[in-house]
Design a protein. Sequence first.
Length: 354
Amino acid sequence: MKELLKQSLGIDCAMDEHVASFSVMTGEFEIVHRATLTFKNTKSGFEKLNKWIQHQHPIQSLVIVMEATGVYHEQLACFLTDRNYYVSVILPNKAKYFAKTLDLKTVNDKIASQSLAIMGLEKKLSKWEKPSELLNKIRQLTRERDQIVNERTQIKCQLHAEKSGAWANASSIKRMNQRIKILDKQEAEIKNEIAELVKKDAELARKIKLVSTIKGVGLLTAATVIAETNGFRTVRNKKQLVSYAGLDVMQHTSGISINKKSKISKHGNKYLRKCLHLPALSAIKSSKNQKELFVRLVSRHGIKMKAAVAVQRKLLVLIYTIWKTETPYDPNYEVKKSRNELGQPRRATLKELA
């Protein structure tokens, strides 16, 4: 029997059923697909999968890889994590780009699961952590509020168009106003629920209060960022966080013929980007540091939206830093640091070392 270096299980998730492919990497670095299983997206189906995995004689290095398919992967991911499996949940765009490197001519559920299994064998993937039940509830509420705000904005646009028309319908206008009032009431209820959930956890309430010391960041923004990142549990550094939010800058240049404009990737959590938009605009008006950053960038390239995105990125990093260090926001931190008033040894410059 050939020596096994690694084992991987790729799972293609869907609403009703999942497809799992069990693959191994031998001592000669050869990848072999051993078996495939289709099972229901139910607890009995999960138990069937668990028994099937044990039948494959898993070794300690077994990695289970699944794609973040809406919410349909969450129950299975929690089930496997509770049984001490190494589970990695990857973003759909990463799975898509990796599959392109395999030069696949056919794409179906089985092929997709095998592609994920190969990814688990060839890549070093980070371990997925089960989200906090409290933060998961807050995340559901903040996303529900986002849907309500979108719906209300759409109705307001329709209302404006109806009022501006030559033959405005009074009954239609009345119903639109009624729907707007209902949505206003539901949004207020959600905000109260979020505030009550935060109050229930003293530690969470304390840290969110610290985060809210940043100008432009309130309870709702802080709660959204913390919930969407699961309390920054899997965030290793600021660069990874910015990339997860899709606020990382993409550059496309090659030789002298290709020189496209830089832009943010948007390959990340859209809720993070969206919740930081209005706080960034508020911070530009109320915070001296953010205003200086905004003005400096606008004077450089003249694009206000690009500068506003930079402020969003700055706010996200500040939230992360304050959450980790558990210290309130100090607008004069950079000044104190440059003057060496923080009590830390100053690094020698290159000129001093020469």
